[in-house]
Design a protein around this ligand. Structure first.
Ligand code: CO
Length: 210
């Protein structure tokens, strides 16, 4: 009887075999290094794997995931990923991709105590509070949650634009940041059309003279 984790190891063997069958140089190419064009900031949710839902391969997307795809300006982990992606890998696009039915967003909409996770979910509560009039005008709970998912992504795109890292690179070269939402119901990603490529969309107080 196979232990549940062993399934992953046998699965890996099969995957490696299949990759080699498609392209005998697949792993040889990966050992040469990575040159991804995209940084993906997505949710940790197991149903939103960046490569799989974008039909891309190993080496194409640099990935950071956390609960509810949040960009926090004191998160050393996220900022390190962002810095490395734009400074060293020179990615051309940074994508924040949220998803409808996000457990983190749903949890932030209620008063239930989630222990330590409250600290993280607070960021989404702030987004809710900022857009409380619009959100509470939506009576259908699911539609309200869907809208908060979208507003959260838009807010995180703004948070990216407020970072020195992004602003510095806008001075030096082309870098676009995007906000997307993925839906389980049809497997499709919607572009929220918050595609920023310069400082124009950043409120003056958040702009740096770099
Ligand atoms: Co989620």
């Amino acid at each position: 009887m196979l232990k549940s984790y062993e399934r992953l190891l046998t699965g890996n063997k099969q995957w490696a075999k299949d990759k080699l069958k498609d392209n005998p140089d697949f792993f040889k190419n990966l050992t040469r290094g990575q040159n991804p064009e995209y940084l993906w900031i997505g949710c940790s949710d197991s149903r939103v794997p960046a490569n799989e839902i974008t039909n891309t391969q190993s080496g194409e997307i640099f990935v950071h995931r956390n609960i509810a795809n949040i960009v926090v300006n004191t998160d050393v982990n996220l900022l390190s990923v962002l810095y490395f992606a734009v400074e060293t890998l020179k990615v051309k696009h940074v994508i924040v991709c949220g998803h409808y039915g996000c457990g983190g967003v749903l949890a932030a909409m209620e008063s239930k105590d989630h222990g330590f996770v409250n600290n993280w979910l607070r960021n989404i509560k702030e987004v809710y509070n900022k857009h409380v009039v619009e959100l509470e005008s939506i009576t259908d709970q699911q539609l309200r949650a869907n809208r908060l998912v979208e507003l959260n992504v838009i807010e995180q795109v703004h948070n990216l634009a407020k970072t020195r890292i992004v602003q510095e690179h806008w001075k030096k070269r082309e870098l676009e940041i995007h906000g997307w939402v993925y839906g389980f119901d049809d497997g499709l990603i919607r572009d929220l059309e918050v595609n920023y490529s310069d400082i124009k969309n950043v409120e003056p107080i958040f702009r740096y003279d770099i």
